[in-house]
Design a binder for this molecule. Sequence first.
Ligand code: HEM
Length: 272
Amino acid sequence: MAARENCCNSRNTFWVIFGVTQFFGLLAIALMVIWTCVFNGGYKWNGRYHQFAIHPLVMILSMVFLYGNAALIYRALDCVPRWKTKFIHMIITGITLALAIFGVATVFIFDHRMNYGNMYTMHSWCGITTLGFFTFQFFAGFFAFMWPGVKGSIRDMVLPIHRFGAFAILALSLGSIMSGIVDDLLLSMKSKEYRELPPHAIFFNVIGLLCMAYILLTMYLLHRNDWNQGAPLPPPPQFVLEEAQEQPGADPTPVPETSGPGELEKLLPHPR
Ligand code: HEM
């Protein structure tokens, strides 16, 4: 009973942090849209700032909000069968990848039209690394986990690397967002104007902080293995067996340390 209560409390904590995370992500996107639509004439495919503005919006929507949610899906949908969750994860990451490619293509086309040159900033290098890494992660994940007939041993080998990849992509995305914001502010105004903290800088600094909070909270939720559908199995309760065998005349039958009915099931291998 106590174990069940602990589990529910732990789940409540998950939902509170998840809700706050979603709020930060949605607020960052809303502020980006408000900045462009209310103060900067909206989004247009006209080769000017209106076209460039598509880039930051689509990148935050894809590499921060959608990617974060795709990674969290295994924690959030814990009562949905694992094969369905895998499928939803694949669909969301696929949409994320398509949007991210579109977002980066937009700024390449814009820079080309304006004759600004390409790939000369730290942001552009960090950004292209993020996109390259994410593209690799998507296809490696697809062939390892979705392709029929791949051996369980290969999936088991790839899974920890795939999990680490999610953290790496979130960290790279954060670096790209931060450097992109700095680039945008420095390239769009004179340094004297920038030092006076105009509304543009306030908006973008707040958006940067919201993205940082979103990514850090997402990483926290991901690192909590007890909220994961496919968490690695706890070690078998060997030490209980050893202790029982040490007692003279004790029953040598191993007694697993379970805290309630159903706990033993958690020790059984997860279907991947
Ligand atoms: C994960 C998110 C992001 C990725 C992967 C990314 C990627 C890129 C890439 C690859 C370029 C180079 C384009 C070229 O050389 O023509 C670029 C340019 C640019 N991006 Fe981003 N970007 C991201 C987010 C942002 C954000 C949030 C902003 C904020 C406003 C931004 C602002 C800029 C600016 C101003 C440029 C043109 C100057 C430059 O090349 O550094 N980016 N981005």
